[in-house]
Design a protein around this ligand. Structure first.
Ligand code: HEC
Ligand code: HEC
Length: 304
């Protein structure tokens, strides 16, 4: 028979029957467990004293540190506002050209500008500035600009707004050209991107473009638009906003019918003004917001 292990008892015994004593053993808890237990008790008491803990009539014990989630939130908000304030002060003091040279400031301006763009500009220009031909809303992600892609030009566009005036040319629409002449002008315009189907018409259109119709005074002698183009050796005024007709990017659409309709009936795309004291939309942006959204647009890929 195996030797019976001696176990510590409390000394209490219920049953005295020989051989089968029913005794109360005393098995102490492991020391590591016991000390961890005491530690948690002490921790809890310290916690109750320092932090909000127990519900009591009319509220709860507040703890001597005075901590609360509301205070914590308020502190964090205050320090975030302070950081923002520091950035905003810098943005206000520096020119846009200086801002984009500082990668941290640039990042801050772009992320602020992106939010402003989403709220105010995306309804027309599409999210991310992809534009919409149906509405005549130019894409802002390419390097084709109606009014110029420098920071200064973009800022000027946003502040004061723009109104592109493409006159009607068809007699029936208030212009002074016949439908044949409008067709000739359309063929010449198509030829600028190598798409003319009637070279005789295109040649007549060329003459009109640089002659009676005077398209070149706005679109340039080479038809490459008022930002890049020139007429009679003089650089054109970029604020005319006449698109480049010799690239593959179209404000209203690339198909013949759309181009012909533009030449016949004219267009008048309107970009609202956002500066606080301008007459534009009833939604306005302050100086700082305009700076940020201009930097965002400039950063979209086509900035010059
Ligand atoms: C109501 C519609 C509308 C809203 C809103 C709008 N735009 Fe425009 N935007 C236009 C139109 C239309 C044009 C083209 C004007 C033209 O055809 O001459 C334009 C032109 C521009 C241009 C010039 C593009 C070029 O090629 O030179 C920029 C830059 C621009 N918008 C930025 C913005 C920004 C930034 C906002 C928001 C603060 C904004 N737009 C809000 C309609 C809008
Ligand atoms: C007074 C200046 C002016 C004259 C003259 C002018 N245009 Fe324009 N044209 C513009 C402007 C500005 C636009 C852009 C309209 C807008 O922003 O809505 C435009 C737009 C166009 C477009 C649309 C381009 C696109 O990307 O969708 C075509 C095509 C065009 N013009 C052809 C002509 C032809 C051909 C003539 C001569 C018969 C002519 N234009 C004369 C200023 C002019």
């Amino acid at each position: 028979m195996a030797e019976e292990k001696q176990v510590e008892t409390t000394g209490h015994q219920w049953d005295t029957e020989e051989g089968y004593p029913l005794q109360e053993y005393n098995n102490p808890l492991p020391k590591w467990w016991l000390y961890s237990y005491y530690a948690t008790v002490i921790y809890a008491v310290i916690y109750w004293v320092l932090y909000p803990a127990w519900p009591i009539p009319g509220g709860f014990t507040k703890g001597i540190l005075g901590w609360s989630q509301y205070n914590q939130l308020a502190d964090e908000t205050a320090s975030a506002m302070k950081a923002k304030e520091v950035f905003n002060t810098k943005l206000a003091a520096l020119s846009s050209e200086e801002i984009i040279k500082d990668s941290q400031l640039l990042q801050y301006a772009v992320s602020g500008g992106k939010a402003i763009f989403g709220d105010n500009c995306a309804p027309c220009h599409g999210s991310g500035g992809v534009g919409s031909k149906a509405g005549g809303f130019p894409a802002l992600v390419d390097d084709d600009w109606l009014y110029g892609g420098s920071l200064a030009a973009i800022e000027e566009t946003i502040k004061g707004g723009r109104a592109g005036q493409m006159p009607a040319h068809l007699e029936a629409s208030g212009g002074s050209f016949s439908s044949t002449q409008v067709n000739d002008l359309t063929q010449y315009t198509l030829s600028l991107t190598g798409r003319s189907t009637d070279s005789a018409a295109a040649a007549r259109g060329d003459e009109l473009f640089h002659g009676d119709a005077g398209c070149n005074f706005c679109h340039g002698d080479a038809g490459n638009g008022s930002v890049k183009g020139s007429s009679g050796g003089e650089k054109l005024d970029a604020s005319i906003g006449a698109p480049d007709l010799s690239d593959a990017i179209w404000l209203y659409g690339s198909d013949t019918a759309t181009i012909q309709a533009t030449i016949a009936n004219g267009r008048s795309g309107k970009m609202p003004a956002w500066e606080v004291d301008s007459e534009g939309t009833n939604r306005k942006l302050d100086e700082l917001a305009i700076k940020q959204v201009a930097i965002y647009v400039h950063s979209l890929g086509g900035g010059q």
